[in-house]
Write a protein that binds this ligand. Sequence first.
Ligand SMILES: [Zn+2]
Length: 309
Amino acid sequence: MLEKRLWFPLYNGKLLLFGPRLACLAGEDSPLLSGKTQSKDALNGETQGKNTVRTKRDDLRVFAGIAPPVPAAGMLHAVGEYDGMPCVAYAAAHDPDAPDEPQPCDPSSDPEAADLDCVAVSLRAVHAVIGMELYGIAGRGEQMLFWDKRSRHCSVCGGQTELAAPICKRCPACGNEMYPVVTPAVLVLVRRDDRILLVRGREFTRPFFSLVAGFVEPGETLEECVIREVLEETGLTVGNVRYFQSQPWPFPSNLMIGFTVDWVSGELSLQEDELLAGAFYARAELPALPNPFSLARRMIDDWAHGACG
Ligand SMILES: [Zn+2]
């Protein structure tokens, strides 16, 4: 008997969600259909960006069925399990240049999906609809697709690669093996007395403030990276580096690693080509903050509630 799977069709940084009749497929008691959906107001509040699609629907779901709900443009990737169902991610055969509007589905290979409508929701917003666990699986899928697309040819000899294992491609010509690349980056919460340092990066798409962040360089420990990034970006010397938590960040394929540090010396001198603004803030005067699902926000919230470091 063919097994039901949970499908994650992705294109252009968005996950396709289906509704409103998916309730017929998974049953009313499935965890998929209970307690995972926030109100449409919450969704609309999270999706105000050019890469997202607004929806007025209450009943949007990840599709659970035998066959992919929309055609695949490439390989299918196993990306975990949810509620006893294997999860599969793939690049949907949608036009990536299509406007950010809800679109009807392509004819599906699963007849049960054919009558459903689908919408594309940015990965940065979809957690509000499907919950953090499913969002985590979708993010893994996005990172697999990112790798798949960039590993079709060997990085040594240019030959065509073949899949040797679920996360390994091999070049038959020279034997080179290619694995998904995860890029580590640190997030740093700098404490000075009862205040923390918050900065606004030039690349932020919304006017919010977050933690100092930066990529780990070759030959560097995480602790060295933390101290270097804060010094480079703000002119401050920090110490007492403590690990907080980490978070996969599929934009496009990073691992964010959070640290709390204490100010040691120096006054703020912002690196202007990276940062627009920055200051130390007390709990009562926090500015607009990052999305609640981000590690940066968790670190700030933990500090604000007195639990961080
Ligand atoms: Zn090769």
